[in-house]
Design a protein around this ligand. Structure first.
Ligand code: 6PG
Length: 249
């Protein structure tokens, strides 16, 4: 798997670099199209990044073109938006309420719907209405931010899940047996059609899986299926996560 890997000293520097990348890319996209679309992940790693983007003492808060940024989610837990596990809630509290984000720029998954498939269908419609790509084409998200789970999952694409074979659906609601719950997730075709995909990985507990994903046998883990068809892929990782990788990349 060929992709750019950048290693940072610690989680703070990792967040700083990711924030800088989002600032640069959003400014470029807005200059070009007057719009920047970003799909966000949940989990614990990106929280520091979201807080940094909205921190009033940092340059990002004042320099980001907030009114031209539209926020989407790569995946969501099947819980209401105020639930402690909600990815939307985490992003809202860490960033959205602290920054000048127009409510119409926030496109969350309606994960409170009791039927997870219906929630996935609804999100697919939201994407269709917003991006309205030509018939048969996929939405093209400017920037997809992903994390890496301990068993190689990314977004809510878990190992051995049928959703990994999906070629038609943009959003799906896979049943995750080990979590005993449904998840909502953008599918591989949509994530791989993004212009830029960035993985953010932090902590020594990710060192082994990061090594396996980047240096091990190909096609074993869902994260290895992320390979933008017409875009850039990079891995931003901290030294703890990178501790089992060896040069050269
Ligand atoms: C989620 C995610 C998921 C996450 C990874 C890494 O909803 O849990 O979007 O794919 O990115 O599990 O999570 P951590 O950052 O917490 O390690």
């Amino acid at each position: 798997m060929q992709s750019a890997v950048e290693i940072f000293r610690n989680a703070a520097e990792l967040a700083q670099q990711a924030a800088q990348l989002i600032l640069t890319q959003s400014q470029l996209a807005v200059a070009r199209n007057n719009l920047f679309t970003i799909a966000l992940s949940g989990g614990s790693t990106p929280k520091r990044l979201y807080e940094l983007l909205a921190d009033p003492t940092q340059q990002f808060r004042s320099q980001l073109p907030w009114d031209r940024i539209h926020f989407f989610w790569t995946d969501e837990r099947h819980v209401p938006p105020d639930h402690p596990d909600s990815n939307y809630r985490m992003v809202r509290e860490a960033m959205l309420v602290r920054a000048p984000v127009p409510p119409t720029n926030v496109h969350r998954m309606l994960s409170e719907k009791p039927n997870a498939s219906e929630a996935a269908n609804d999100y697919e419609s939201q994407l269709r209405d917003f991006f309205h790509p030509p018939a048969g084409e996929l939405p093209r998200i400017d920037f997809a931010l992903l994390g890496l789970g301990p068993e190689g999952h990314t977004a809510s694409l878990f190992p051995d899940s049928e959703v990994l074979q999906e070629t038609q659906r943009w959003v799906a609601a896979p049943w995750i047996a080990k979590l005993n719950s449904y998840r909502l997730t953008m599918t591989l075709p949509v994530l791989n059609n993004a212009s830029t995909v960035v993985f953010l990985v932090s902590g020594s507990e990710k060192a082994e899986i990061l090594r396996e994903v980047l240096k091990g046998e190909p096609d074993r883990f869902p994260a290895q299926r992320i390979n933008p068809t017409n875009g850039a892929l990079s891995w931003l990782v901290d030294e703890n996560a990178a501790s089992k990788l060896q040069e050269p990349f």
